[in-house]
Design a protein around this ligand. Structure first.
Ligand SMILES: Cc1cc2nc3c(=O)[nH]c(=O)nc-3n(C[C@H](O)[C@H](O)[C@H](O)COP(=O)(O)OP(=O)(O)OC[C@H]3O[C@@H](n4cnc5c(N)ncnc54)[C@H](O)[C@@H]3O)c2cc1C
Length: 556
């Protein structure tokens, strides 16, 4: 297809993970929870269903000028909304990479609480979904965070007694229902429900994006992807860290081509739980041939691999960490999530410069940690002699023993003492630091439109845009300097979607749009999409209903 015949998508999202889904859903949600109180929200839904209005299409795409034979398949969400297209290197469905990781590692429950999800409609949506579908038994309570706050009187008393003041990040009893963890099955079904609700299932295409170029005169992006060239008015980068998982630079295996039985856990997708450990490591595991694995990394994934490896019959696991094994409920400290979140985020946004924000992020996340549940799992495995935890330890060297067909690892701790361990396989579960300078997709944008970078993260506008002239949005981990310490998590997904959609609403009002042929006048309809994007006043809908003859008062 010639370039000039290509459809120009209103929004092209790269990445069909939680952040991409949050943006697409938010762009389609007419009544987002952030803009409405719960009461208002319910009333609007009641009003909408009671008037039984048929929601008519508002044409928002230039597509009617293009022959259907010239269109790429399936990019249009619905004729009354923005033309959104999603490209994902991993699959042609939403959340493919997420679901694969959870399945391959046999992870039963998320680490995060109930209000971490990509649904723009309702903060409590996941909780409601669990109850509506009678899946309450799939929630695990997060022990020890609720109801432990001391009263002001007790705190003062302790202060007077010279005792250390308790961390004031415990959660009020009335928010107890938030502090459960959903099962992966429940979360997967909920994300699927979001996809269905907004009619987003057919817009994802499996395609690896190689480059993005912005043409200033036409204000159109050209995206080169493995499935061909695409055009878009706005692009959203929702690619996580944007790095391909690989062995760290300082690993002794880094310069060995294809080291046998050494891998990064996420370096190849399409894994399943029986092959996550190299088959040769698992093969002939028996009493006579005990198999030993080394896992490098101090995060929750390492603990999950250790549990999986033990359940698959490996005799011994060496868990090797640079620092001590830290225990935290979430990746970020509680004060960034619970009732002091607003205060923490206000400090974050008010910081004088991005360097300060980056330092706040680093301190709030503080490297890898396991949650209390997995701390217990590890304790049990250590007690049984199946896992040995090496804290403050690095893998300094590695040598393949041809005879034994094993690696001999040299480990050093802070005292520089060297220990040797023989292992059949090595799995790295280290996370990749986000660095926009190494993200291939934006290489030409970086060259042509340089941006300030702090700690590897781009200094975006407040709406997560590249700069005021280039409508390239960046969300998730790479948007950390605007989204705060929870940016790499599901909480960052919802916040990022909120920022981005408000800006897209402003931009889209300037785009040339026609009106879809219809036998009813467009003036008779209320564009709920504009309402959701904050471009229309919520009270206009009441005016519209009374003009139409509907008796709004009878609804309430
Ligand atoms: C095992 C595990 C468990 C986790 N559990 C939780 C949890 O319980 N709660 C929580 O809040 N967080 C959790 N996290 C963190 C989690 O990674 C993030 O919450 C979430 O995945 C971030 O979403 P994202 O959309 O930014 O990135 P991702 O989920 O990484 O999705 C990015 C997508 O972009 C695609 N992509 C990348 N580059 C390109 C390209 N060039 N072209 C096309 N497509 C591309 C990728 O294929 C991928 O599908 C977990 C992480 C892991 C690894």
């Amino acid at each position: 297809m010639l370039d000039e015949n290509l459809p120009i998508h209103d929004v092209l999202i790269i990445g069909a993970g939680p952040c991409g889904l949050a943006v697409a859903a938010r762009l389609c949600e007419p009544l987002p929870s952030a803009l409405f109180t719960e009461n208002e929200h319910q009333k609007f839904h009641l009003l909408r269903s009671s008037t039984q209005r048929r929601w008519k299409a508002t044409r928002t795409s230039r597509r009617s000028n293009i022959g259907t034979d010239q269109l790429l398949s399936g990019p249009c969400v619905s004729s009354d909304r923005l033309d959104i297209k999603v490209l994902d290197a991993d699959g042609d469905t939403w959340m493919n990479a997420w679901n694969e990781k959870f399945e391959s590692l046999n992870i039963s429950h998320l680490r995060s609480p109930m209000f971490f999800h990509p649904d723009p409609r309702d903060r409590d949506g996941l909780l409601a979904f669990a109850f509506m579908n009678k899946k309450e038994n799939e929630l695990k309570e997060i022990q020890g965070v609720v109801g432990k706050e001391l009263s002001k009187h007790h705190r003062k008393k302790k202060q007077k007694g010279g005792k250390r003041i308790q961390e004031t990040t415990y959660i009020d009893e009335r928010n107890r229902q938030d502090y459960f963890r959903p099962s992966q099955a429940l979360f997967r079904d909920y994300c699927q429900e979001i996809v269905q609700r907004y009619g987003l299932s057919d817009i994802v295409e499996k395609s690896q994006v190689m480059s993005i170029v912005y043409d200033n005169p036409t204000s159109v992006f050209t995206i080169e992807a493995s499935t061909g060239t695409k055009k878009a008015r706005t692009v959203v980068l929702a690619i996580g860290s944007g790095q391909t998982p690989c062995l760290p630079q300082d690993s002794p295996f880094h310069n060995i081509p294809n080291p046998q039985n050494v891998t990064h856990i996420f370096s190849h997708l399409n894994l399943d739980s029986s092959t996550i450990l190299a088959p040769s490591v698992l093969a002939s595991t028996s009493f006579d041939h005990p198999k030993i694995l080394a896992i490098i990394g101090g995060g929750l994934t390492s603990a999950q691999i250790a549990e999986l490896a033990s359940s698959q019959g490996l005799s011994k696991v060496h868990l090797i960490l640079r620092s001590p094994l830290k225990t935290k409920h979430f990746d970020v400290d509680l004060c960034w999530l619970a009732k002091y979140k607003n205060e923490s985020m206000s400090r974050f946004w008010k910081a004088d410069e991005d360097r300060e924000r980056w330092e706040m992020m680093r301190d709030a996340r503080g490297g890898g940690s396991v949650n209390p549940e997995y701390r217990e799992v590890l304790k049990t495995l250590v007690r049984e002699g199946r896992v040995k935890v090496w804290e403050w330890t690095k893998v300094k060297g590695a040598r393949w023993d041809d005879e034994q067909e094993r690696w001999r690892l040299e480990l050093t701790d802070t005292t520089e003492e060297v220990h040797q361990v023989d292992v059949d396989g090595v799995v790295y579960a280290t996370s990749e630091a986000a660095d926009i300078r190494t993200v291939n997709v934006v290489r030409s944008i970086l060259e042509e439109h340089p941006i300030e970078i702090v700690g590897g993260l781009p200094c975006l506008t407040n709406e997560l845009m590249w700069n005021e002239d280039i409508p390239l949005f960046v969300t998730g981990k790479l948007g950390g300097l605007r989204l705060g310490p929870a940016a790499p998590n599901l909480e960052g997904a919802r916040l990022g979607a909120e920022f981005i959609s408000s800006k897209i609403a402003i931009l889209s009002s300037g785009w040339q749009r026609g009106v879809k042929d219809s036998d009813e006048s467009p003036a008779e309809e209320f564009d709920m999409g504009r309402l959701g994007l904050g471009r229309s006043n919520q009270f206009e809908i009441l005016e519209y209903d009374s003009e139409e003859g509907g008796n709004v008062h009878s609804v309430f």
